[in-house]
Design a binder for this molecule. Structure first.
Ligand code: PMP
Length: 357
């Protein structure tokens, strides 16, 4: 008799629930921080021409040389720094965890933050320590220092701006964490396009600092492309964990083409930032809504009854993210992605109606 899954599958995996992606069919989709804008037709034609001539019979360039050169220019990677690419930045988080997963090693993150830090640390067989943020979602340096002392984490993740709270942490507090850390600190700049602050220019200033970005929030979520930049002393090892062809031919070609038109993506990000300001003002006008300032392409807000507001929105065809129950600091909080002006208006109408009912 073969053994049962209970006997074979690791305890920490069986204890997990699968990462749930809700079905958004037919809904106004404001749950996943996607850019609501498509690419202009000329750029789509250029992409189509590249794809038509792609050698799909061949494996991709394992070094992704053209794409890396485009990324270096588009993201202003400091000279002398290495790059590792991932199938989304999720995969980079996984590679980092796999590379440092010695028995007993710990990943440290702040809470609430991006859930994949904990999930992928657990999947790699590592311990995870979550350090609660202050009530106003700023870094609690005293608690962070104590946790760093206690756990000696091999890897620390700081999302900058943070998801789901939307704020940028104080840069000098992040520096204190980098200085106190015995291991790697990854500053995850997934929302950089909407933030106007970055640790990218500071790579090399701290030997243990790595900066992660993604093309997803910029408007290329469907391509699945993330990048990790930093000193080769670390990245040469992370790269050994990478599967040789993790960034496929089409992603390499299409991203290399689009990155030559960063102005298009940046113009979209500017529109999203303007809409974010308008959406914040409108949210704050609604009675019983406390909306938080955001440096990202989403806004977190608190209502009296989040579960009721969330299902009311869903009934009215608008999907956002319900954060209630995910962390004590997020009681009755919801998170909405900044969409097009039309989508945002539809969301605001549906929210007002859901709060009234
Ligand atoms: N980091 C943060 C902070 C995020 O919020 C997300 C996506 N929600 C990611 C990384 C992962 O993005 P992707 O895998 O699409 O690059």
């Amino acid at each position: 008799m073969p053994k049962t899954p209970e006997e074979i599958i690791r305890d920490e995996i069986r204890a997990r629930t699968a990462y749930h992606v809700p079905d958004a069919g037919g809904m106004v989709k404001l749950d996943a921080m996607e850019n609501p804008y498509r690419l202009p037709p000329e750029l789509c034609s250029a992409i189509a021409a590249r794809v038509a001539s792609a050698a799909l019979n061949r494996y991709p360039d394992p070094g992704a040389r053209e794409l890396k050169a485009r990324l270096r220019a588009a993201m202003q990677i400091p000279p002398g720094m290495e790059l590792v690419l991932g199938n989304g930045s999720d995969e980079l988080i996984q590679m980092l965890a796999l590379a440092v997963a010695k028995p007993g090693a710990t990943v440290l993150g702040v809470e609430p933050s991006f859930v994949m830090f904990r999930m992928l640390a657990t999947c790699a067989g590592m311990g995870y320590a979550g350090v609660t943020l202050n009530q106003d979602f700023t870094l609690d340096l005293a608690r962070l220092r104590a946790a760093i002392e206690q756990y000696q984490p091999a890897l620390i993740f700081i999302a900058y701006p943070n998801n789901p709270t939307g704020n940028l942490f104080d840069a000098s507090a992040v520096e204190r964490v980098i200085e106190a850390a015995p291991g790697i600190v990854v500053v995850d700049e997934a929302y950089h396009a909407f933030a106007g602050a970055s640790f990218m220019p500071r790579l090399g200033e701290f030997p243990n600092l790595l900066v992660m970005r993604t093309a997803s929030k910029l408007g290329l979520a469907g391509l699945r492309l993330g990048l990790l930049a930093g000193p080769s002393a670390w990245l040469q090892h992370v790269d050994k964990v990478r599967l040789p062809y993790n960034v496929n031919v089409l992603t390499q070609l299409v991203a290399a083409e689009v990155l030559q038109h960063m102005d298009v993506l940046e113009a979209q990000a500017t529109v999203i930032r303007t809409e974010r300001a308008r959406l914040l003002t409108e949210l704050r006008r609604l009675r019983g809504v406390e909306a938080y300032v955001s440096d990202a392409n989403f806004i977190m807000f608190r209502v009296a009854k989040a579960d009721q507001a969330f299902s009311g929105l869903k009934q009215r065809g608008v999907l956002i993210k319900n954060l209630n129950g995910t962390h004590p600091l997020l009681a009755d909080c919801l998170r909405v992605t900044v969409g097009t002006p039309g989508e945002n208006a539809q969301f605001l109408r549906a929210l007002a109606a859901s709060l009234d009912s």
